[in-house]
Design a protein around this ligand. Structure first.
Ligand code: GDP
Ligand code: MG
Length: 483
């Protein structure tokens, strides 16, 4: 094949990949000239569904438009930001992030959490800054455009599929299901009843795909992070298409194309080529900085297996940010992500005295994942935050002891409660070790109550951003050096 190179691992850098590279260079030079004058930074916001992406972006934008609650953003405290404004977003093919709708949900007289979204969206916010001090006479005001891209973390977790054949993936998926016990029972039973070397029967194919999807959904609900293929849970506009109508099967001794197995193998390859690769090429490759939102408290609440699964997912995610030399991604991601922030969300569920422990837990997960991904390069940071503070803190005396409580309104019944959610251990190993060892439950003395709190009712009509925890620190890490 002309122009093709074969790496030691057998990954081909084909004509399509080379064309991708050329397209990117042209793309970059065209936008390059404009970006010299008004720089653009593209920030990817990702995390598994329910991690808090929509609330995070809504809060970030509201708090950048009204910066009263953003003292830790240096350019703000130094008085250098003169204006912020929303702009039409520049990419015609990506839906705009529905900021106004989400803000309205949180800020109405009957506040509620925004509708969950299942696809990619984007928004542009621009910040005008003026130089201060010595630079004042040398430089005029400047504008920075920030493109915020919201995309499901599930789609990142599809990356490992690219390395696998259908047979390898099937084998791994069935093994993973076997250790997830009851969650996979129905699907595995449906699987036993089919003949992979029989002729393809479309209703049977749909039944198998549906049973497999229900299993993935149940696993996700039970707190597991690794539930690929990502589009099975979040199909976007692909719902019902053949590229999503397949499931793992045991390999028959002889594979023929007209059989169930043959058809599924073909669809698996189509999923890789037509779903996974275009996402990485068209969206992921263009991101400069990244925030990964992690519902670490939720995983801890679900137990050791969920924490172990989260650790594995984080190392997969890190690998996608720093693909190895021969990886197809290296060919299309000319530029690499410069900064990655990992944030444990919903920190308002626990008292602030426990926040360092939550960040420490995430840090420990991350450093494990970095070892596994042989990490070099991009600057990373871990912190805990709440995009929207739904609780207030309170202390109470109980049998001579001081208890640190959080108080909020329960989502389910609208009752106000003050509770002690449990103590995070100071040493993250007390959680990570049992998780690694496959413990079924946390050791004695470790337990949590994490109810869903409703967003707070607005207390005043004048909106001063959105009450949060450490959103300003997150913003400083992501864009501080550009302002
Ligand atoms: N208490 C609290 N709950 C949050 C916060 N952010 C998100 N949540 C909860 O998590 C749910 C999912 O958040 P969302 O932003 O829609 O997640 P996404 O699927 O990643 O976009 C929300 O409906 C809330 O119940 C937060 O800062 N504090
Ligand atoms: Mg969302």
């Amino acid at each position: 094949m002309i122009g093709a190179r074969k790496s030691s691992k057998g990954n081909r850098l084909g004509i399509a990949d080379i064309a991708d590279q050329i397209a990117r260079v042209i793309d970059d030079t065209q936008s390059g000239a404009k970006e010299m004058l008004e720089p653009v930074v593209r920030i990817g916001v990702t995390g598994l569904s329910r991690a808090g992406k929509t609330v995070f972006i809504t809060s970030l934008v509201a708090n950048l438009l009204d910066r009263t609650r953003m003292p830790q953003l240096k350019a703000q405290s130094e008085g250098r930001i003169t204006a912020t404004f929303l702009q039409p977003q520049p990419d015609d093919t990506i839906p705009r992030f529905a900021y106004e709708t989400h803000l309205q949900a949180l800020n109405s007289t009957n506040p509620h959490w925004p509708e969950s979204t299942s696809s990619i969206s984007q928004l542009r916010i621009s910040l005008r800054t003026r130089p201060v001090g010595l630079l004042k006479s040398l430089r005029g005001p400047s504008t920075l455009h920030i493109d915020i891209v919201d995309y499901p973390g599930e789609w990142l977790l599809d990356l490992p599929l690219l390395k696998q054949s259908y047979a390898e993936w099937s084998e791994a998926a069935m093994q993973q299901a076997a250790v997830r016990g009851d969650l996979a029972k129905d699907w595995l039973e449906t699987n036993l009843g089919c003949d992979p070397s029989g002729a393809l029967d479309e209703p049977e194919a749909q039944r198998l795909a549906a049973a497999f999807t229900s299993y993935l959904r149940a696993a996700r609900q039970a707190g597991y992070s690794n539930c690929a293929p990502g589009r099975f849970l979040l199909p976007g506009d692909l719902n019902g298409s053949p590229a999503l109508t397949f499931a793992p099967l045991p390999r028959p001794s002889k594979v023929r194309s007209k059989t169930l197995y043959g058809a599924f193998e073909h669809r698996f390859e189509a999923y890789k080529k037509q779903v996974i690769k275009p996402f990485f090429r068209n969206h992921f490759a263009k991101i400069d900085r990244q925030i990964v939102l992690v519902d670490a408290l939720g995983a801890i609440d679900h137990g050791p297996a969920a924490v172990e699964d989260l650790r594995v997912a984080l190392s997969e995610i890190l690998t996608s940010f720093r693909p190895g030399k021969n990886h197809f991604l290296s060919a299309i991601t000319g530029k690499k992500v410069e900064k990655i922030l990992f944030a444990a969300t919903k920190a308002d569920h626990i008292h602030h005295t426990q926040h360092p422990k939550l960040a420490g837990f995430l840090e420990a997960l991350l450093s494990d994942a970095k070892d596994a991904a042989n990490w070099k390069g991009a600057q990373t940071q871990a912190l805990s935050l709440a995009a929207l503070r739904a609780t207030v803190e309170q202390t109470a005396k109980h049998e001579g002891e001081t208890l640190e409580l959080v108080r909020g309104v329960l989502q389910d019944d609208g009752k106000e409660v003050a509770l002690h959610p449990g103590d995070l251990p100071a040493d993250p190993a007390r959680l990570l070790t049992p998780a690694r060892q496959g413990a079924e439950q946390w050791p004695e003395g470790i337990s949590y109550i994490l109810p869903n709190f409703a967003p707070p009712a607005a207390t005043d009509k004048v909106m001063n951003g959105i009450a949060h925890i450490r959103m300003d620190k997150a913003a400083e890490f992501l864009i501080g050096d550009k302002l």
